[in-house]
Design a protein around this ligand. Sequence first.
Ligand code: GDP
Ligand code: GDP
Length: 439
Amino acid sequence: MKPVIALIGRPNVGKSTLFNRLTRSRDALVADLPGLTRDRHYGEGRVGERPFLVIDTGGFEPVAKEGIMHEMAKQTKQAVAEADVVIFIVDGRQGLTPHDKTITDFLRKSGRSVMLVVNKAEGMKYTTVTADFYELGMGDPYVISAAHGDGVNDLVEEALNIAFAQRPPEEETPASNDRSIKLAIVGRPNVGKSTLVNTLLGEERVIAFDLPGTTRDSIEIPFERDGKHYTLIDTAGIRRRGKVFEAIEKFSVVKTLQSISEANVVLLLLDAQQDISEQDAHIAGFILESGRALVVGVNKWDGLTSDRRDEIKMDLERKLSFLSFAKTHFVSALKSSGIGPMMKSVDGAYAAAMSNLSTPKLTRALIEAVEHQQPRRKGSIRPKLRYAHQGGMNPPIVVIHGNALEAIDANYKRFLEKHFRETFSLVGTPLRIELRSGK
Ligand code: GDP
Ligand code: GDP
């Protein structure tokens, strides 16, 4: 599972600046999709080959008893509880403040691994910028400049080393069928996730029901349905209680993100009795960003008036139009209706995500696309698209080679995506286009 790093510190020390630096490359991927709401406080970063999750916690006022500051403190506490490593940021230009001490006390009680980081250190001597902070009793501080990037890579490398070192050795997860489809069911509390899990597991023989949880409560449940093998992975917000699965109290973004990143296919469950909320859109945004295959299930379809059904369909089109690459099913987990076709779409989305696209076929499709519509000139330069090959699966990545490709705009990229999607019938999976220019 991806290590989780939380950024903690009082307002204005540079948390968001560091967050943006750590997650920047990811932002660019989805920045131009209309209608996509994203939760700026959670993101994915990568150093080298190592991915991690990062949480930006906003300002922290541990003393506030109520109001917005109290809410923020609550969220900060949850972030600390869910983190493997806390990066505690202080301001090297301002020096030590009483507030920093309060935060130190809180972090010490949390029992988490904490790295003390002095930010805004560009152009300053280590001894000068750190002198104040030894008083916190956290040893030699790390120094960085979040704005300029100095020291940031080393800091994250070290954070990840700490995270991995303190993990319990991975338990051997009983090898589920290797070719099983890893499926995550996500959605906000009360949409019907546990009901659906129970329906899925109850209908068919469950191969192994009671697997021990591994690190951080991760669970993997292999099951079989209509002769197909699936592995349900750490379904966010659902825990086994007695004989059935029940929702746990609190919605956890971190667990949702972890589940999504371990899945091949994500089933996003929505509640037809409620309007689509910000939280639904946030989760949808995370799925899109992850590149995982997707099926949308609109649950609690039983007993709705036809007016309400029309209403929710319009709501979907309005608020989640950016998921139009995925199939939507109207189902009832409780009455077990519509589940079969929905699982067929899961299979289809998986097959699309794992497609093998040969270089000749991709190149032919590319040429067709260009014949249909040329990329626009930029000044006197016309981008030249030469050939394409596949650069990855789940999501499929189409790498296009040519000249002056940096002149290609987002619209044309979307046109290409649509063309490849239609040519290869890629329903249910995001598709990424990468452009590589020769000189
Ligand atoms: P947050 O409230 O902790 O999220 O802090 P922000 O990231 O919003 O940063 C607060 C201010 O500090 C902004 O004006 C930033 O431009 C500035 N800042 C952040 N990092 C650095 C840095 O490394 N050096 C300098 N000089 N300023 C920085
Ligand atoms: P979770 O928090 O997403 O795991 O949601 P639960 O599975 O605990 O379901 C929340 C509530 O919605 C429970 O009272 C369920 O009985 C109810 N529910 C779940 N699925 C359906 C459905 O298909 N139709 C109706 N009418 N209610 C449902």
